[in-house]
Design a binder for this molecule. Structure first.
Ligand SMILES: Nc1nc2c(ncn2[C@@H]2O[C@H](COP(=O)(O)OP(=O)(O)O)[C@@H](O)[C@H]2O)c(=O)[nH]1
Ligand SMILES: [Mg+2]
Length: 166
């Protein structure tokens, strides 16, 4: 069985790399995306004996792909056809970030949504009901505080469950 591929996508500064590092730990390789100067990190993770390749994609705001980083992120999504696309958002600015979630879903990519930086969102009084969001979007939604590893266990469980449908 081939290794399943997971791409982590989202705006810059939402915690993609922190999440990537928690998931992949030491097995990481950093290289320029072919034909570009954009660095892409790839790592390995295993959940209950199932191996995954995890890709930390450059930040993107939308599919319009204006910057070289966004073009690389788009190419990873459409050329490498990941089995799971984890869209990481900053929960403080959820509304602003959901348009990319919708674009990813409309493109029929296998999306999971991670509401990261929940600690600051809660401090700011932002109230999010992940279960309602999940029903509306019809994709798995996981709350996380990546810097302290909160939500990672649930994320891995949901990745495994998602993988079982593939
Ligand atoms: N408070 C808080 N900060 C976070 C969390 N996750 C990431 N950060 C911080 O957000 C900043 C951007 O993280 P990074 O992983 O580099 O974002 P990326 O650009 O999406 O890869 C860093 O300063 C992180 O320490 C979180 O859950 N809570
Ligand atoms: Mg990063």
């Amino acid at each position: 069985m081939s290794v399943k591929k997971i791409a982590i996508v989202g705006n810059p500064n939402v915690g993609k790399s922190v999440l990537f590092n928690i998931l992949t730990k030491q097995y990481v390789n950093v290289s320029n995306y072919p034909g570009t100067t954009v660095e892409v990190s790839r790592g390995k993770m295993s959940i209950n004996g199932i191996e995954y390749e995890v890709i930390d994609t450059p930040g993107m705001y939308s599919f319009l792909s204006i910057t070289e980083e966004e073009k690389v992120a788009r190419r990873i999504l459409f050329n490498e056809k990941p089995d799971i696309v984890i869209h990481v958002v900053d929960a403080k600015n959820l509304e602003r970030m959901l348009s990319l979630t919708l674009q990813l879903i409309e493109a029929e990519l296998p999306v999971m949504l991670v509401l990261n930086i929940m600690d600051e969102a809660q401090k700011n009084g932002v109230i999010i009901d992940a279960r309602i969001l999940e029903k509306e979007l019809k994709v798995p939604v996981v709350e996380a505080v990546s810097i302290i590893g909160k939500g990672i266990k649930e994320l891995k469980d949901r990745i495994e469950a998602y993988g079982n449908r593939l």
